[in-house]
Write a protein that binds this ligand. Structure first.
Ligand SMILES: [Zn+2]
Length: 123
């Protein structure tokens, strides 16, 4: 009597024993290319955000946002992630950040859209 009778419990076919290790090796070989691209892209995004914050005045109160607004959003994001890690200690978190700057004067929140800061719509 075969061990695997249903389709769901069939063992992997022989081709997967070649494809999966080959894919893993290919991914490892691509890392020296992918990691620098990701680092450069991340740095460029941060520069664009800082530039947009320097160029933008708050729509609510008119005060220039500046680097303090970005730092305030970074602090808020760090606090939220820390709270989620405490609440779900054994979970892998995959988060999308939607607040990129917060006005230090009135607390208006901004998101990044196409290289400029826009008021974040409340959910
Ligand atoms: Zn403001």
């Amino acid at each position: 009597m075969p061990i695997f009778e249903s389709d769901e419990l069939k063992p992997l076919g022989g081709i997967y024993y070649v494809i999966i290790p080959l894919g893993f090796v290919l991914m490892l070989l691509c890392l020296p290319v992918i990691l620098p691209i990701a680092a450069i892209s991340s740095k460029r995004d941060a520069q664009r955000l800082r530039h947009a914050a320097d160029e933008t005045n708050c729509a609510g109160c008119g005060v220039a946002l500046g680097q303090k607004a970005v730092e305030l959003a970074d602090k808020l994001c760090s606090e939220q992630v820390a709270a989620l890690r405490l609440k779900y200690p054994f979970s892998m978190l995959r988060l999308a950040r939607d607040v990129c700057a917060i006005c230090t004067n009135c607390g208006e929140r901004y998101a990044m859209d196409d290289g400029r800061l826009i008021i974040r719509a409340e959910a």
